[in-house]
Design a protein around this ligand. Sequence first.
Ligand code: ADP
Ligand code: 5GP
Length: 205
Amino acid sequence: MNRKKTGKGQLIVLSGPSGVGKSTVIAELMSQRELFFSVSFTTREPRSGEVDGKNYYFITREEFEGMIARGELLEYTQYQQNYYGTSEKLLQEKLDAGIDVLLDIEVEGGENVRKKRPDAISIFMIPPSFEELSRRLHARNTDKEEVIQGRLARAREEYKEIPKYDYLVINDRVSNAVTEIEAILAAAECRVAKRIHIIEGDNAL
Ligand code: ADP
Ligand code: 5GP
């Protein structure tokens, strides 16, 4: 039986302060299971090592505002003077094909996705401490000090949104965070609502 052929993919929202390790954990997760990472559109400058079409689609403000006007975005936000947004079409194609889709988005986007897609699973990732978050932002060595301070201040605001999320994962070690997310996804896959097609219809067990 191929469950993926009949079931829809699971939409997963992952939020957490910049520098907590979301990209690192996502990369590890993707090496272990089939998962489509929803590549966002952004107007921010690429960091060194970032690849257009892999980390983000890097576009101009005019192009981004065109996508807003045409209603192409499931959600979008302005973060530190830049636009970030999720294409609805790309994501829906994968979900319809039975593939799980993961969004790495901040809390306002998380809220908007929860409203539009109540079946999405939302996970918030935190570091073991704010000192460690600051250390990771500095260690990444990609942002100026004032940008880092802005991201740390924003992190404290974002923490207020944690109660709205379904799950809280602590990224102390990457392997622990990956194990916790794997457990969340495994449980979600066993929900009756996700498996009802197995016992109903012509191909019922
Ligand atoms: P985000 O995507 O949340 O902004 P990154 O994945 O870019 O964060 O990680 C920020 C920095 O922290 C990177 O230098 C990364 O190697 C490091 N990092 C990520 N997870 C951990 C961890 N569990 N322990 C120590 N350092 C980590
Ligand atoms: P960064 O500049 O560090 O890559 O991302 C900054 C913040 O923007 C992160 O919290 C990240 O999760 C969020 N982000 C990335 N893509 C999107 C998106 O498409 N929509 C929203 N709402 N947030 C996003």
